[in-house]
Design a protein around this ligand. Structure first.
Ligand SMILES: NC(=O)c1ccc[n+]([C@@H]2O[C@H](COP(=O)([O-])OP(=O)(O)OC[C@H]3O[C@@H](n4cnc5c(N)ncnc54)[C@H](OP(=O)(O)O)[C@@H]3O)[C@@H](O)[C@H]2O)c1
Length: 275
């Protein structure tokens, strides 16, 4: 049998991540080892799904605030002399209220931005040439929510990981002093975390030209996270469409870009958008 390719999905236990795993298990054209990573490390529960014998689904334990667990899956794959063809960074959290505690604000940045960057960095050395990284972002990360002065810093061609970290620290300091919105930051930590994730995508794509690294908004999707803002119009299967396209579909060698549909309700497969 052909050597199986390795795909890793974080936040695989529920929501969009679980739908991505279900689709990959059913549609992936080659023999596949699918690492379905979750905070508990439990096996992925996919009842009623006939998994083809060419697909092996393995659990992995990843908590994005714990560096040891962030490093473990890539070390395991390296120790098995394998490489990774696709990493889908789906795990994320959203405190959907303005008056969150500083701990929640810090956690939002730690998970959606810093932890996701850390797992990208753990995987970069074991990515297969031509492999893909998909970061699940959000329309909330669009720079229209930021003061033009901050927008220019996010969009600067000179932005690197160190300067991005400075921006994130600056946001945390102003949130701590209750001056974030007065200083031009958006009202919710989630927005800043996803703008930072979009920047991570752009910077890593520039630095890793043999890979395709993109981010996307899945739309407004019916999960506990999405339902905080009302009645989401999209199913998890529809929410998985853009991430799956960026992972295994036709994207014309595009890298470093943000993909979305024109509306968060649209069930299309996404296109490159400014953010
Ligand atoms: N739903 C939407 O409308 C929508 C819109 C835009 C973007 N997104 C993005 O889509 C992605 C998936 O969201 P979803 O709607 O499917 O949300 P969800 O159902 O709440 O699932 C979130 C997933 O992230 C995991 N997670 C949270 N914190 C984590 C941590 N510290 N370490 C590791 N895993 C962690 C959760 O694990 P546990 O089960 O252990 O908590 C869960 O698997 C997120 O990045 C979200 O920001 C969603």
């Amino acid at each position: 049998m052909e050597t199986p390719l390795v795909i890793v999905v974080t936040g695989a236990n529920r929501g969009i991540g679980r739908a991505i795993c279900a689709a990959l298990a059913q549609q992936y054209p080659n023999p596949l080892i699918l690492y379905a990573a979750s905070r508990t490390g439990a096996s992925l529960d996919l009842p009623n799904l006939a998994i083809p014998p060419t697909v092996s689904i393995r659990p992995a334990q990843v908590s994005l605030t714990d560096q040891a667990s962030i490093s473990a899956p890539s070390e395991r794959i390296r120790n098995e002399n394998k490489s990774c063809v696709v990493l889908i960074n789906n795990a994320g959290l959203y405190y959907f209220q303005e008056n969150i505690t500083m701990a929640q604000c810090q956690e939002t940045l730690d998970v959606n931005y810093r932890g996701t960057l850390n797992i990208c960095q753990a995987f970069l050395p074991i990515m297969r040439k031509g492999g893909r990284i998909v970061n699940i972002s959000s329309q909330s990360g669009q720079l229209k929510y930021f003061h033009p002065r901050l927008r220019a810093r996010f969009l600067s061609p000179n932005l690197n990981l160190s300067k991005l970290d400075d921006l994130a620290e600056e946001y945390i300091r102003s949130a701590d002093h209750y001056t974030a919105t007065a200083s031009g930051w958006p009202p919710l930590a989630y927005f800043t975390s996803k703008a930072a994730l979009n920047s991570v995508t752009r910077i890593l794509a520039r630095e890793n030209t043999k890979l395709l690294i993109n981010c996307c908004c899945p739309g407004w999707v019916g999960t506990p996270l999405g339902a905080q803002a009302g009645q989401p119009p999209k199913s998890v299967e529809q929410g998985a469409r853009i991430p799956l396209r960026l992972a295994i579909g036709e994207i014309e060698q595009i890298s470093g870009r943000y993909w979305a549909n024109d509306s968060v309700a649209s069930v299309g497969y996404g296109k490159v958008q400014d953010w």
